[in-house]
Design a protein around this ligand. Structure first.
Ligand SMILES: [Zn+2]
Ligand SMILES: [Zn+2]
Length: 230
């Protein structure tokens, strides 16, 4: 499986050259996960999956552009079909797993399998419910978000529904995911990362060491051959 990270910038202003594009993850030049920039369409993916309908993951939300490639998302819109269960496409199996992130839009991660390769791409998130954890065993690589380095991230709670929304902190995400994988790749960097990128990289590596897991720092156009990582 060949993985290409198209964008690594979170929901903030562009400030660093290697992290200027919003979310996009291309697999074998065929599957695209998140469409944070219109220019990602130039790779001509055959099928697109969105983690959620925020504009940094779905550029067309704020402008009325029609996209003529099948797009699956947690919700149906003019451009998207709702994905309910695992989809098989060529040699791939793509399974949506619900995440907690926003109170306005639904969100989900994707478990992507091709033969014995298995990765998880989460989009923005706080948590994945325990009932889904049995699906997450023996994952070769988990690609998740880095909006907040501090423990606890930025989690809010709706006064009425008690529903939580926002982003978890990276230590919390590592703590959740280290049970399921040896390799965690961070993308979707928040403003904390850009204050001193060299220092931030060190912190991410250190976080991995403390938790006995390999942590990787994504950048725009990073290419990974999954077989070399395993
Ligand atoms: Zn979001
Ligand atoms: Zn986002």
């Amino acid at each position: 499986m060949n993985i290409q990270i198209l964008g690594t910038r979170g929901e903030i202003k562009a400030s660093a050259p290697y992290h200027s594009k919003h979310s996009g993850l291309l697999i074998d030049n065929t599957l695209l996960f998140d469409l944070g920039e219109k220019e990602f369409l130039k790779y001509k993916p055959k099928i697109i999956f969105l983690t959620h309908l925020h504009p940094d993951h779905a550029f067309f939300i704020n402008n009325n552009i029609e996209v003529n490639i099948p797009i699956y998302a947690p919700e149906k819109t003019k451009n998207t079909k709702k994905i309910r269960r695992e989809i098989k496409y060529k040699e791939y199996k793509i399974k949506p797993i619900p995440t907690h992130h926003s109170k306005k839009v639904k969100s989900q991660s994707y478990l992507i399998q091709k033969k014995d390769n298995k990765i998880l791409y989460t989009g923005d998130m706080i948590w994945i419910n325990k009932e889904h954890h049995k699906l997450l065993k023996n994952i070769d690589l988990i690609i998740t978000e880095a909006s907040f380095f501090r423990k606890g991230g930025m989690i809010r709670r709706d006064k009425k529904t008690k529903e939580i929304y926002g982003h978890n902190g990276m230590p919390d995400l590592v703590n959740l995911f280290k049970k399921f994988t040896n390799n965690i790749l961070f993308i979707h960097f928040g403003s904390w990362f850009y204050k001193n990128t060299q220092e931030s990289r060190k912190k991410i590596k250190q976080l991995g060491k403390e938790n006995n897991v390999n942590t990787y720092i994504g950048y725009d156009n990073l290419k990974i051959n999954l077989n070399k990582l395993k």
